[in-house]
Design a protein around this ligand. Structure first.
Ligand code: ACO
Ligand code: ZN
Length: 226
């Protein structure tokens, strides 16, 4: 009958089509066995990399009611460095970086925000730098050319041509989708400012965000109060 057909169509619409997973971020076709299998595989790898069991000599640099920030340095034990690398891989994947090498691995500091549920919900990779180019307030309105990646257009920020002295470069900052807008990124940058250089508190001018995404730029301009 007619009403029965209608019912089948409605059920189909609920189970087929592109869906985005709210926790691992993967977009896949629900109803396609290959896609669903691939999603389950990605989902489990993702959550496994973000699971934080911890270790005895972990370097806790800040504690909050909803979690803590752990700092990992290049000379730390293998398991700690491996954890930092696994998380960085996830972050690079989400930022669309393809195997971007660290400019100086020996000077890289990785800050992980670990929730009370033992999940890594934030990651910040900081590197020593000497100078940076200031991102100017208004982006250049790139000429609309068909087929151009809209993200690349948004990334065409105007930069000053004169380098300014800086101390710390934030090469990656990332917060888990479900944990955004709760001050996780802000607290990670606060902690970088007080712990990056021993004995001094860095000003916002001494911190530079490299190649910011639209999200990254909204956060950085708000954080730096520009
Ligand atoms: N839109 C508008 N304002 C924002 C946004 C946004 N998406 N994100 C942050 N802000 C501003 C707000 O004013 C916010 O305060 P409010 O929530 O009280 O209004 C303030 O910045 C502080 O934000 P946090 O809560 O500390 O930021 P959050 O923990 O959500 O993390 C981040 C921000 C890291 C940019 C997150 O959105 C993210 O991981 N995005 C995807 C990855 C990404 O693009 N990272 C930046 C790459 S650039 C680089 O790595 C150098
Ligand atoms: Zn998922």
């Amino acid at each position: 009958s007619c009403s029965r057909d209608q019912m089948i169509i409605d059920a189909g619409q609920r189970h087929f089509g592109a869906v985005g997973c709210k926790s691992c971020g993967m977009i896949y076709t629900a109803g396609s066995p290959e896609d669903e299998a691939q999603h389950i595989q990605h989902h489990e790898r993702f959550l496994e990399a973000l699971r934080y069991v911890g270790w005895k000599k972990e370097r806790v640099v800040a504690e909050f009611w909803d979690g803590k920030i752990v700092l990992i340095l290049p000379a730390d034990p293998k398991y700690a460095v491996k954890k930092a690398e696994d998380v960085r891989e996830i972050v690079d994947n989400e930022l669309g970086f393809q195997q971007v090498a660290l400019s100086c691995p020996a000077k890289t500091k990785t800050y992980l925000f670990v929730s009370n549920e033992k999940t890594i919900v934030g990651c910040l990779v900081a590197e020593s730098i000497k100078q940076a180019f200031r991102v100017l307030a208004e982006p250049v309105v790139a000429a609309q050319s068909p087929g151009q990646d809209p993200l690349q257009q948004h990334r065409a920020w105007r930069c000053s041509t004169r380098p300014e002295p800086a101390v710390c470069g934030v090469s990656r900052i990332w917060v888990l989708g479900l944990a955004r807008r709760k001050g996780v990124a802000r607290r990670m940058v606060d902690v970088v400012r007080s712990t990056f250089m021993y004995g001094s508190y860095l000003s916002t001018e001494e911190i530079a965000f490299s190649d910011p995404t639209p999200d990254g730029k909204l956060f950085a301009t708000r954080y730096c109060g520009t």
